[in-house]
Design a protein around this ligand. Structure first.
Ligand code: AQP
Length: 333
């Protein structure tokens, strides 16, 4: 069966961007047609400073968010990355396959490092190599991600291609990114040119999955828009990034196309659309938030589930890493 791998960094609380761009689709992919492996990528989180206590808490919260959204630990392998040492081992080998020039082209590094690239951690620079290891350690064929991760999945394919070529064996698959649906790039509510992020400066720019109903309503109400009403067709949203974002969020939450949302709300003003969007978001997110809280009351149970998932992950990963060592000429005796 085709195999799906994807992950989320516990670098803060989950946002609506993580939910629509990733988790919601991961839930939909569980089942007959795919084998699904989902990971809380804590080793990626520490590429920038994380308070240790907060990292452990956020790791459990991200796991709770996945479980509450419908990731079923019976159907999917769910674990945190650092418990499966093979990720870091394969990443080292990939560090020796990937080229410095490839990393230099990564836009996420440029965005995160800003003007002070020299002061960034070496881990932040090598992030895409660890991500390639996450994916290829399981010979994953498909990676459902948001638009922002497309370049990293392409780099994963480059690493697989170079490895296969250098060692003369078609060992690693060329993984496909799966980027589909109306909300593959959920934007910041205060600035439609930036994506919604866990670690953005102001809380008003994002919807957190744990926000209560009043907070969600307030954030959508204050979300930046232009004064025009919604147009008759989707074309009318060109150059209206903030408006387009809210329509796309509505579409994704209600499992419709953005065209269908525009057809329903053509000519409506924000005074009508924003409360409808807030109601819809509350309807979809509050049951998840309630369940997350319940799960977070029992951290030992989350740890137990992650530990069991890690065991299953190691079972899949070990033979692939062993064979990688053999191919490279690293002795295992
Ligand atoms: N705004 C977004 N729209 C659509 N998808 C998104 N994703 C993240 N933000 C959006 C998707 O969520 C998955 C997990 O992302 P991540 O946590 O590993 O890293 P990130 O993309 O760097 O997320 P953040 O929220 O922006 O975290 P910080 O602020 O800590 O860097 C990925 O599939 C991603 O595409």
């Amino acid at each position: 069966a085709p195999r799906v791998f994807s992950g989320i960094k516990p670098s803060g609380g989950l946002t609506l961007g993580n939910y629509l761009g990733a988790i919601k689709r991961w839930v939909e992919m569980q089942g007959e047609s795919y084998e699904t492996i989902y990971c809380v990528v804590d080793l990626h989180a520490i590429t920038v400073w994380q308070d240790p206590k907060e990292l452990a808490r956020a790791t459990r919260e991200v796991a709770a968010g996945m479980l509450a959204s419908g990731i079923d630990p019976e159907k999917s392998v769910l674990f945190n990355q650092s418990q499966v040492a093979q990720h870091a081992e394969l990443a080292w080998i990939f560090n020796c396959v990937a080229r410095v020039g490839w990393m230099d082209r990564m836009t996420q590094f440029k965005e995160k490092a800003g003007k002070n690239a020299e002061k960034s951690s070496l881990g932040l620079y090598a992030y895409p190599s660890l991500m390639a290891a996450d994916i290829l350690l399981y010979h994953a064929t498909h990676v459902p991600v948001g638009e922002d991760q497309k370049q990293h999945v392409e780099l994963t394919r480059d690493i697989a291609t170079k490895f296969n070529h250098d060692f003369g064996e078609e060992f690693f698959p060329l993984t496909e990114p799966v980027i589909e649906g109306p909300a593959m790039r959920v934007m910041n509510l205060r600035d439609g040119s930036k994506k919604m992020s866990k670690s953005g400066e102001s809380d008003m720019e994002r919807i957190n999955m744990t926000d209560d109903a009043d907070t969600i309503a307030k954030k959508f109400k204050k979300a930046r828009t232009d004064p025009e009403p919604l147009p008759e067709t989707l074309d009318g949203l060109k150059d209206r990034a903030e408006a387009r974002n809210l329509v796309d969020i509505y579409a994704s939450l209600s499992n419709q196309s953005s065209e269908a949302v525009i057809a329903e709300y053509a000519g409506a003003g924000w005074g009508k659309f924003k409360p409808a969007l807030a109601d819809l978001a509350v309807e979809k997110l509050s049951p998840i938030a309630t369940d997350m809280k319940r799960l977070m009351d029992d951290p030992a149970e989350i740890d137990r589930l992650l530990g069991r998932g890690a065991e299953r992950a190691r079972e899949i990963a070990s033979p692939i890493l062993d064979r990688t060592h053999e191919i490279v000429g690293l002795i295992r005796s």
